[in-house]
Design a protein around this ligand. Structure first.
Ligand code: FAD
Ligand code: SF4
Length: 510
């Protein structure tokens, strides 16, 4: 009986049980498609990264003896549409059974479910065998609860999987070292030269050019710097353990003009394509820590583990719990346009210039750049979450909807009204100055609230609180800020609101 098995671009899990045995009756298929390159404008490095990793994966399967049909973006037989490609293959190869792995995206999940209803052969979908949790575990965990606070889920994950636990208690005596993860980086400790892979992508670039795929951002060399195989991903992890883990937690929230990556792992692309799984990552980091616990503090390790078994699994669970409605949430009723400089980095605001330039050049920004610089600004300027999503979904090499949408619309833009974050992540210039050196060489003065040279974040911040009082005034975590706002001289507030309005209406002059 002939079986066709589909492998999507973010399902490159060579450890999946599918691949344990070679079965001559099974044919795998993989497609590079316009359907995927065009649903949003992606960063050039993202398209390159997906194609080169997919091509390598198909070569690896082939060399192990598996049958595989691979459609290059410019192949004549490629219809550029997932279900049309599948239908043709099923007919041409007289396929009797179709199998696929659960997609991570609602859009693809629906497309494949609908497709299966239209074909009259056996079909089956199974787990992609990547995450710790199944899609609906999180919703079951919080059933009946009003607030789905991540910390509760995270502690449960620690206990359930016996991670950093000691006789039923959190190792080191604390569940969470978040408060010690807030150091500013001032040139020390030294950051080693990053691990850049030199994956040759000249052919892929040529194919993308031939297909005339519209992309954003740049790649200065013909090599792709992020891991594209499991071996490379493990190599990157090793580098992280040996050189970066020791300071990861301390400088997790830091920002600096000279160091885009600081002590971050840059493992998200490899993980999101499933080149390595979260269990690989957690095991590798914990093993390293056990061997070097005299040198590495638990707060560094806990900070990292929390991102993987906490935030990453939580975001995926939230995505499946609330889609498809989540994608249209706009509870703060924000409708302004995204500033044009998000596509160029051409702004006098030094913090935004660095965060956006880093994103355009590397298809990367670390969490605090995404949350407290670009995300903060987009929210303070009351930008339409659809526009914010389109930017975040396109620009990062690791952006796949299940993790992008929940982080952007939820955590960063508070468009879900607080399902993910207990308060909006907004700040004036003082937080940015506390965590970075951006303000030192900025055109604007970080402490000034009004006047041509005043930091735009200051007036935008107070204007935002004032404008959104109806929706945020009762949020207990915002109480202190609203009482400060209430004590403000109305004349000062009026002046700040005037400046904020000008910024919002003339964003590209700033
Ligand atoms: P590190 O700082 O080294 O962290 C290690 C790993 O933890 C990451 O690789 C990632 O897998 C995981 N992680 C950390 N924070 C989160 C989080 N909030 N949610 C889920 N996983 C997390 N991450 C994506 O993978 N894809 C996205 O499209 C994405 N969009 C984001 C948009 C916004 C507005 C924000 C605020 C965050 C977004 N994140 C996204 C989360 C986070 O910023 C990235 O995972 C991280 O910057 C990737 O870099 P790194 O591998 O060096 O991470
Ligand atoms: Fe950003 Fe304001 Fe600091 Fe300039 S002064 S870097 S605009 S926070």
């Amino acid at each position: 009986m002939k079986t066709l098995r589909l492998i999507l671009g973010d399902q490159l899990n060579i450890k999946h049980s599918w691949f344990k045995t070679v079965d001559k009756n099974v044919t795998y298929c993989m497609f590079e498609m316009r359907q995927e390159t065009d649903y949003v404008k992606h960063h050039i490095q993202k398209v390159i990264g997906f194609f080169v990793a997919m091509r390598q994966f198909s070569e690896d399967l082939k060399s192990e003896g598996h049958n595989i049909i691979y459609y290059n973006i410019n192949d004549e037989s490629n219809t550029q549409d997932l279900t049309k490609n599948l239908k043709t293959l099923i007919e041409d190869h007289k396929i009797k059974r179709f199998e696929y792995l659960f997609p991570e995206e609602f859009r693809l999940d629906k497309q494949l479910r609908d497709f299966c209803k239209t074909i009259d052969i056996e079909t089956q979908n199974i787990s992609a065998e990547h995450f710790y949790t199944e899609r609906d575990d999180l919703a079951k965990f919080y059933e009946g609860k009003k607030q789905w606070v991540m910390e509760k889920f995270y502690r449960d994950m620690r206990e359930k999987h016996d991670i950093l636990m000691n006789a039923g208690q959190p190792e080191g005596g604390k569940w969470n070292y978040d408060k010690s993860n807030r150091n500013k980086w001032k040139g020390e400790p030294e950051i080693p030269t990053y691990k850049y892979f030199k994956n040759d992508v000249a052919d892929v670039i040529e194919d993308i050019n031939t297909a005339e795929i519209k992309t954003m951002g740049s790649l200065n060399t013909k090599t792709f710097p992020y891991p594209i195989t499991r071996a490379q991903a493990l190599d990157q992890l090793k580098f992280f353990c040996e050189h970066l883990l020791i300071h990861f937690g301390d400088y997790q929230d830091a920002l600096h003009t000279d160091e885009e990556f600081l002590f971050h792992s840059r493992i998200s692309f490899a993980m999101n394509l499933k080149l390595v799984g979260p269990k690989d990552v957690v095991t590798t980091v914990l093993n390293y820590y056990r061997q070097h616990s005299d040198a590495i503090d638990i707060s560094q390790v806990e900070g990292f583990i929390r991102q993987i078994i906490g935030w990453r699994e939580y975001m995926r669970g939230m995505y499946w719990a609330f889609m498809p409605d989540y994608k249209t949430e706009n509870q703060l009723k924000n409708n302004n346009a995204l500033a044009d400089f998000f596509w160029t980095g051409d702004t006098k605001m030094n913090c935004l210039k660095h965060a956006i330039t880093n994103s355009l050049e590397n298809g990367y920004a670390h969490h605090i750049q995404r949350l407290m610089i670009t995300g903060n600004y987009a929210l303070l300027t009351m930008t339409d979450p659809d526009e914010v999503d389109a930017w975040y979904l396109g620009i990062y090499v690791d952006a796949i909807e299940w993790v992008q949408l929940t982080n952007t619309r939820g955590m960063s833009q508070f468009a879900d009204g607080g399902k993910i974050a207990t308060k909006p992540y907004v700040s004036s210039g003082s937080y940015i100055n506390k965590m970075s050196n951006y303000c030192q060489d900025c055109h604007y003065k970080k402490t000034k609230k009004v006047g041509d040279d005043a930091c735009p974040f200051n007036s935008l911040y107070w204007n935002f609180l004032d404008e959104k009082r109806d929706m945020l005034g009762n949020n207990f975590r915002m109480g202190m800020m609203y009482s400060l706002l209430d004590k403000m001289d109305p004349k000062d507030l009026r002046a700040m609101k005037k400046r904020a309005q000008h910024i919002i209406e003339h964003q590209d002059e700033y």
